[in-house]
Design a protein around this ligand. Structure first.
Ligand code: COA
Ligand code: AMP
Length: 636
């Protein structure tokens, strides 16, 4: 370990509270905290109790007051609408203060929830910060989800107001949001008082009299409001993420711990300094967008890029290089799948020659396993450090990374390096004992979790304990499996639950199975995540029909694909399914999904001793071959 990384990790280990107290000193608290950590109600802990802070003030006003008002804060680059715009810190503060006034005029107060269903437009960032300004709790929903997913979130979060845009824009396709929102509102048992609609020229939405307001009218009528200091443990936001069933989990983020951890991480993990330009090519609907498009860069006084486009096709595989060069990006963060897409379209990276990337310093990859080929390709083409790092919606910031700001360690491709200060990561066996070096087990983090990680689930303390803390007492269960090597490097290999990562998007196969099982002709089903050269994994469905049902298989599969798209959303990328006569099961009736996945991936597998009918595996193997699995790349 290099001097900086080792020294910092050991400093944290020796006295975590002193370590985090020092990090907290980097923020403009309205009232200093009484204690660093309150663990009296463990496993429910509070960071910096007694402290009062306003995240919007720390992200905007404090920088303006310190003389950063003229620096660019938010750059919107939208190849899908062919527009660019930028807001300086003072401008972003003023626009946010005014929109916060509009929310207050609608009766939104401290602790009220506001649901944000918007694409990658500056108003979405303004909306998040405006909520933070008045102590309202935002919940952003990704645009690629279907109405039913939106309805579930509306019901759970019970927002007073919904903020929406009239449409999102995907390459070659306008996605009208209003019909999805109306359908969700019709399905949900909770009624928000108002919806504020941002009209976009590509597709305007009809407004419902008495309920809906036009965004620009509401902002124009309102007066700017000052930030409201809130308690350190006041929730800043709730972000829903896939759980092991179709019901998503509402990850809660507190105010104080979050600001401390994010500001520290951008400096020390990502190696950024105030005034530099950071770009997280993700979406504000995901945790990466919350943490590293919106909050961390602004808290540190960096310029952040909001990119409404794709790595390829908008217009070509040089899109990322253009954005880096045009806006002076120092560090880019994206999912490996984005680089696989670029590499597939432009293997020699010929587009690079057209852009000046001399100011570019590092590429960070996360959201799914970074395969060594992609890391190697990016390293050799870009000539900058390519850093794989591992984290989750629940933690909100990296658990393991090569901390550039502390002095980089040697890279082992395929490993996100070592735990970041704050995280005591262990590998446990089924019985809770510690695994040996090189032995695969459950990856867990010793409690308490550092600041910034989820303190609980929204309205579900019991679910928080059940989901994360019950299996290995004293530890947070990440639900990832892997091992640690002789140098202390972590290797993250797979999930221990039914979550799959599709193009860096986290999805539950259990949720998809619920949708398939709801089809009137389906008796039972299984959805597995099969390896995919572009998206990392894609879902594949296998269904058994009810006795007596005779259907054209292609037609039925078409209905199943449409059903998943309609109920979960296009983001699920559910496009392949087959009808089979039986599913492989154990004698006790458990479906052998793991074995099916190995067959689909062309990985070695053995006949499980507990299998009820070995012929069922041949049946599934034939069906998977018919769908093109194992895929060519896996066979090679
Ligand atoms: N609103 C509406 N629909 C959306 C959407 C949004 N915000 N985002 C994605 N979709 C749709 C897509 O249009 C696509 O629809 P289709 O089935 O009609 O083609 C579907 O959801 C699947 O999207 P995606 O998985 O993104 O696949 P893609 O083929 O459109 O693009 C990549 C593939 C690799 C280019 C793309 O996934 C990508 O840019 N990934 C970058 C990684 C990333 O942002 N990860 C987030 C976490 S860091
Ligand atoms: P999300 O909550 O969407 O950020 O997804 C978190 C999950 O993505 C983790 O639990 C891992 O399964 C996976 N993941 C994220 N980063 C990595 C990484 N660097 N390597 C391997 N898997 C990762």
């Amino acid at each position: 370990m290099s001097g900086g990384s080792r020294e910092t990790w050991e400093r944290w280990r020796a006295d975590p509270e002193a370590f985090w107290a020092e990090a907290a000193g980097d923020l403009p608290w309205h009232r200093r905290w009484d204690r660093v950590l309150d663990a009296d109600r463990a496993p429910f802990v509070r960071w910096f109790p007694g402290g009062e802070l306003n995240t919007c003030h720390a992200a905007l006003d404090a920088h303006v007051e310190a003389g950063r008002g003229d620096q660019l804060a938010l750059v919107h680059d939208s190849p899908v609408t062919d527009t660019r715009s930028a807001l300086r810190f003072a401008e972003l503060r003023d626009a946010t203060a005014r929109f916060a006034g509009a929310l207050r005029d609608l009766g939104v107060g401290v602790g009220d929830r506001v649901l944000i269903y918007m694409p990658m437009v500056p108003e979405a960032v303004i909306a998040m910060l405006a909520c933070a300004r008045i102590g309202a709790i935002h919940s952003v929903v990704f645009g690629g989800f279907a109405a039913r997913e939106l309805a579930t979130r509306i019901e759970d979060a019970r927002p007073v107001v919904v903020l929406a845009a009239s449409c999102g824009i995907e390459p070659g396709r306008v996605v009208p949001y209003a019909p999805l929102l109306e359908e969700a509102l019709a399905q949900a048992k909770w009624r928000p008082r108002h919806c504020v609609m941002l009209q976009r020229p590509a597709c305007e939405a009809p407004l419902v009299a008495g309920r809906d307001l036009d965004w620009r009218d509401a902002a124009a009528r309102s007066r700017p409001v000052e930030p409201v200091p809130v308690a350190s443990d006041h929730p800043l936001y709730v972000l829903y993420t896939s759980g092991t069933t179709g019901t998503p989990k509402g990850v809660v983020r507190d105010t104080g711990g979050h600001a401390v951890a994010l500001k520290w991480s951008l400096r020390h993990v990502y190696g950024m300094q105030p005034g530099e330009v950071f770009w997280a090519a993700s979406d504000i609907g995901w945790v990466v967008g919350h943490s590293y498009i919106v909050y961390a860069p602004l808290l540190l006084g960096c310029t952040t890029i909001l990119y409404e486009g794709k790595p390829v096709g908008t217009p070509d595989a040089g899109a990322f290089w253009r954005v880096i060069a045009e806006h002076g990006v120092k560090t880019l963060f994206t999912a490996p799948t984005a680089f696989r897409a670029i590499k597939r379209e432009d293997p020699e990276a010929t587009h690079l020659a057209r852009h000046d990337l001399s100011g570019f310093g590092a590429l960070f990859l996360a959201g799914e396993r970074a395969d060594p080929d992609t890391v190697e390709w990016a390293e050799s083409r870009l000539g900058v450090p390519v850093i794989d790092h591992w984290w989750q919606t629940e933690t909100g910031w990296p658990i393991a990374a090569n901390c550039l700001g502390l002095g980089a360690l040697p890279v082992k491709r395929g490993s996100p390096t070592r735990p970041v200060p704050g995280y005591d990561v262990r590998v446990l066996r089924e019985d809770g004992s510690e695994a040996d070096v090189g032995e695969t087990g459950s990856l867990v983090v010793r409690l308490p979790l550092p600041p910034g990680c989820l303190p609980t689930l929204w309205n579900d303390d019991e679910g928080f304990v059940r989901s994360y803390l019950s299996r290995f007492p004293g530890f947070y269960e990440t639900a990832d499996a892997g091992h640690v090597d002789e140098d202390g490097y972590l290797w993250i290999m797979s999930r221990t639950d039914d979550i799959i990562n599709v193009a860096g998007h986290r999805l539950s196969t259990g949720g998809m199975e619920e949708v398939l099982a709801s089809h009137p002709d389906v008796a039972e089903c299984a959805v597995i995540g099969a390896a995919d050269a572009l998206k990392g994994q894609v879902p594949v469905g296998l269904v058994v029909l009810k006795a007596g049902v005779e259907r054209d298989a292609a037609e039925l599969v078409g209905e199943l694909v449409a059903r998943v798209r309609d109920r979960i959303g296009p983001v699920a990328s559910f496009k392949r399914a087959a009808v089979v006569t039986q599913l492989p099961k154990t004698r006790s009736g458990k479906i052998l999904r793991g074995t099916m996945r190995r067959i689909a991936d062309g990985a070695p597998w053995t006949l499980p001793a507990t299998v009820d009918d070995p012929h069922s595996l041949e049946v599934v193997g034939d069906a998977l071959r018919g769908l093109g699995y194992p895929a060519e790349e896996a066979r090679a």
